[in-house]
Design a protein around this ligand. Structure first.
Ligand code: K7E
Ligand code: CUA
Length: 664
């Protein structure tokens, strides 16, 4: 016992000592290739080669960069409110953040996966996970907006998510924390973990036409931590692989108590088999509560529905769905190579990288080359599943991606480097320092059948001394490498938003060709849309006042409103009548406790406002839309509660005094 424990403790000590600071590589300053500047220079007016979607971690957002320039193109609110876009503040978008716990305007967003067809990126949707209040989102890449969010019941810390199958049949969501199931009494002692805490992996189906998600079934598993995953492809189609840790089933001081065993497991899931059982009605229906939120580009509004049931398949009762493969020391990344034959497990505390063979795993299952079981799940003998080990690759392996040319690239958090190795002979071919302590790395299409093996981006946790200081918090960084040759070349680094974890990238054409430019005003089905200036009006319904307002360069209609009273609930329903690309109008009213709104051409959005005091309240456009943008403004008069001022509204009706001034 002592013998095993000692190296672990010293490695843990190494993490504590070097982990936060990162081992600072030598020659940090002059590490770029000589032609680096030319390789990342995108001349003014020219487009980037690729879109890069980067998770925001604790920002809850997704950011979009151009590669190779590293220019930030857009920030997409996903599990977050965003005052810049009015996301989560407009009445239409609020339901997107609804959950069974009420409105949750923040989330911890780690992983992204682009939709695939036949194992290749198809450019339709981007899926994103949320850890804290388990959710999966689908982003529509026509509009670069969050189109759908589904909450995951029976789950806590949705980390091994949202990884997709080769034809986007399913997006998976594996729980990080094991917890008592939602329909059971959760009011149990924490030290009853072994008895009461369970893990789940959820399979969410994705409709091939419109991408709509549906929680299909959940696999019930022994209590432990599920970390990361990737689906099989090619020969391993129909399988999914999950890294797990805490097979010790510890519930306290995990840094020690979950690092005791020499090996944890990679879980091999035959999802085709599970699907068969599900379709044959073998699962158990259990009551749960979870939100399912959808945004419609027709009504320009979101709806939130509370779902009440899920199907659970207990893997104990179906022994041919899952198998455990021992994997050294708390594996983190679980990555499948483009051929679908090799599965790489990255043990955070391991001094080697094991590579498993799918065909050997199949043979071991057929021949029952097992080494007992874990919670009723057969454990395949390590050697029987192993293709080989990469020896002495570095310290603290986390994640691996592939270039499609037979090479794998692994990040090493502790030794702060990327290591390139050959899948065939498991030899280290090259290593390059990163600045510092990379988490994920990304090769465009690097987790698909067809990687675009030209660039690699490392997402670094620590940037001490890399950028101008900005107070106690420093930006994290992305570092772009050229991997087209034998040796990796560092081209550029640029700060990133939030804490990037996983990322995806795709040749620009695949997405840009379908990008939405405007919403057709004739197709606007918003119940409060105003079709044309002539239809603008103000309607009182009790203490609710609905303002049907239009916007076009450069005025609101109406722009003078009277008859609003203290205590009213005022709804500004703003319709942007423009039908030109890139002509949004903004809207703000003094004292509103929400955000501004940014309304796209052809769209309607609503701002709710409850004035607390009588007076004159200016409104104005917040987006510089024309030369006379600054003239795009108006006034709202708010009267006392008992006032008899009637509702009135107008546009272009000046006072006599002002008009006579004009005539002079
Ligand atoms: Cu390694 Cu959450 Cu994918 Cu971060 S996780 S690095
Ligand atoms: Cu409309 Cu500025």
């Amino acid at each position: 016992m002592k013998k095993i424990l000692l190296p672990i403790l010293s490695l843990t000590a190494a993490i504590i000592l070097f982990g936060m600071a990162g081992c600072k590589p030598k020659n940090a300053g002059d590490a770029t290739g000589s032609d680096a500047a030319a390789r990342v220079y995108v001349p003014p007016g020219k487009y980037d080669e690729l879109y890069n979607f980067v998770s925001g971690g604790f920002s809850g957002q997704v950011s979009v960069y151009g590669i190779p320039s590293g220019r930030l193109l857009r920030v997409i609110p996903v599990f977050s409110v965003d005052p810049e876009k009015g996301w989560g503040y407009s009445e239409e978008t609020k339901p997107m953040l609804n959950t069974s716990h009420g409105e949750v305007p923040w989330g911890d967003q780690h992983h992204l996966d682009l939709s695939q067809t036949n194992g290749e990126i198809d450019g339709r949707w981007l899926f994103a996970n949320e850890n804290n209040t388990p959710r999966v989102a689908r982003i529509d890449l026509k509009t670069f907006r969050t189109a759908e969010i589904i909450e995951i019941p029976n789950s806590a810390g949705n980390h091994s998510s949202p990884f997709i199958t080769e034809n986007t049949e399913y997006v998976v969501a594996g729980t990080r924390f094991s917890v008592p199931m939602d329909n059971e009494n959760g009011d149990v002692p924490i030290d009853s973990y072994k008895k009461n805490f369970k893990g789940t992996i959820s399979f969410i189906s994705v409709a091939p036409t419109d991408g709509e998600m549906k929680l299909a079934f959940q696999l019930l598993l022994p209590g432990m931590n599920f970390d990361l995953s990737h689906s099989g492809k090619g020969p391993s189609s129909g399988w999914f692989f999950f890294s797990t840790y805490n097979s010790e089933q510890a519930h306290t001081l995990l840094e020690v108590n979950a690092s005791k065993r020499d090996k944890d497991y990679i879980l091999a899931v035959n999802w085709k088999k599970a699907e068969e059982y599900f379709k044959a009605g073998k699962g158990k229906k259990v009551p749960v509560k979870y939100a399912h939120n959808k945004y419609s580009d027709e009504t320009h509004s979101a709806t939130s529905t509370m779902e009440t049931e899920t199907t659970v398949i207990d893997v104990k009762d179906f022994p041919d769905i899952v198998y455990m493969i021992p994997c050294p020391k708390s594996p983190h990344g679980c990555d499948v190579d483009p051929s679908g034959e090799y599965i790489v497990g990255s043990g955070k505390l391991a001094a080697l990288i094991p590579v498993f063979s799918f065909s050997k795993i199949q043979a071991a299952i057929t021949n029952k080359t097992f080494d007992g079981d874990y919670g009723g799940i057969p454990v395949i003998k390590y050697e029987a599943a192993l293709y080989g080990e990469v020896k002495k690759p570095g310290l603290g392996p986390l994640h691996t991606e592939f270039d499609g040319k037979g090479n794998a690239y692994t990040t090493f958090f502790i030794s702060s480097e990327i290591v390139k190795w050959s899948i065939k002979d498991l030899k280290v071919l090259d290593r390059h320092a990163t600045y510092y302590s990379p988490g994920h790395l990304m090769i465009p299409g690097g987790d698909t059948k067809k990687p675009y093996g030209k660039y690699l981006v490392a997402y670094n946790k620590i940037t001490k001394d890399r950028y101008l200081p900005t107070g106690p918090e420093l930006a994290q960084s992305a570092q772009l490498f050229d991997i087209s040759g034998d040796k990796m070349k560092l081209l550029a680094d640029y700060p990133s938003i939030g804490e990037p974890h996983y990322a995806q990238a795709v040749p620009a054409e695949l997405i840009s060709k379908n990008s939405t430019k405007i919403f057709k005003i004739d197709a606007n089905k918003h119940p409060y849309a105003t079709m044309g200036e002539k239809n603008a009006k103000v309607v009182r319904e009790g203490n609710k006042v609905h303002i049907y307002m239009t916007m076009i360069r450069s005025h609101f209609s109406p722009d003078n409103i009277e008859g609003i009273k203290v205590g009213d609930e005022v709804y500004f329903h703003l319709t942007n009548l423009e039908q030109d690309w890139d002509v949004p109008h903004g809207f703000a009213v003094k004292g509103a406790t929400t955000a501004e709104l940014l309304i796209m051409p052809g769209e309607t959005q609503t701002l709710k406002w409850t004035p607390l005091k009588e007076g004159i309240y200016p409104i104005y456009c917040t987006d510089f839309c024309s030369a006379l943008h600054q003239e795009m403004q108006g006034y709202v008069r708010v009267s006392t509660k008992g006032s008899t001022v009637p509702i009135s509204f107008s546009l272009g009706k000046n006072s006599d005094a002002a008009d006579s001034l004009l005539k002079k």
